[in-house]
Design a protein around this ligand. Structure first.
Ligand SMILES: O=C(O)c1ccccc1N[C@@H]1O[C@H](COP(=O)(O)O)[C@@H](O)[C@H]1O
Length: 227
């Protein structure tokens, strides 16, 4: 899997349709968050997921950490991919892999200024049980671990991409204007953006999504040509 583009924080069917039309691959639905600030209901998300064609994927983004609960939630939502943004343990990931081997598991690595050692440890202990890692940015001012709109030190993500036996998705403050530089620097397998694609009314902007997809595809092709 290389050159994959995810857009997160889907709000409704019209937004999902527009993002697919503009060429993104996966759609991320943020649900069961600690702050209970979801952008849409679980029923609405499930209805959108149901209409996604097989070339694309609906991914649930959540802070759930209990394997049984995650499996049940994915079945309820009709998804076969989940992005685990909370502090799920390697033991629980192992259990989840055992009880739901068909699920595609993305595990977040939330980048701070001083936690590269901790994150390489997570990669080492969790890699056996996940399909992909996703680096995202910690916001020390709010404690938020996702949808912060903030970039982090891309050297850290580049190092994690280098040492990880699993593909890495890069996220955190990506926009149509910085995504090409980010891909060149980090050399990830995938990219993901949320707030950097929104307009002033917090809706995804078609032209921003279009440019994000075009710039990402160009940069992925460029790094693939270098190997
Ligand atoms: O998308 C969300 O609403 C969300 C909520 C809670 C945790 C993670 C979330 N999404 C992830 O946030 C980053 C990108 O955000 P941004 O581009 O910096 O705004 C990405 O991992 C999303 O999948």
């Amino acid at each position: 899997m290389h050159g994959l583009i995810q857009v997160a924080g889907i709000i409704d069917q019209a937004e999902a349709d527009m993002i697919i039309e503009e060429g993104a691959d996966w759609l991320g639905f943020a649900l069961r968050l600690p702050a209970k600030n979801e952008d849409l209901s679980e029923a609405d998300a499930a209805a959108i997921v149901k209409k996604i064609q097989p070339a694309h994927k609906g991914v649930i983004i959540t802070y759930l950490t209990d394997a049984d609960e995650i499996k049940a939630f994915c079945a309820e939502m009709g998804v076969d991919a989940i992005q685990l943004h909370g502090d799920i343990t390697p033991a629980e990931l192992r259990k989840l892999r055992g009880i739901a081997p068909e699920l595609y598991l993305l595990k977040s690595l939330v980048v701070k200024t001083d936690n590269i050692g901790e994150l390489t440890g997570v990669v080492e202990h969790a890699a056996e049980w996940v399909d992909m890692f996703i680096t995202d940015t910690f916001n020390p001012a709010t404690g938020a671990k996702g949808a912060t709109g903030l970039v982090h030190d891309w050297d850290i993500s580049a190092e994690l991409a280098r040492v990880s036996p699993r593909p890495l998705m890069l996220a955190g403050g990506l926009t149509p204007d910085n995504v090409a530089a980010a891909i060149e620097k980090v050399r990830p397998a995938a990219v993901d953006a949320h707030t950097g694609l929104e307009n002033a009314t917090r809706r995804k902007d078609r032209l921003k999504v279009r440019k994000f997809v075009t710039e990402s595809r160009k940069a992925f092709a460029h790094i693939a040509a270098q190997v």
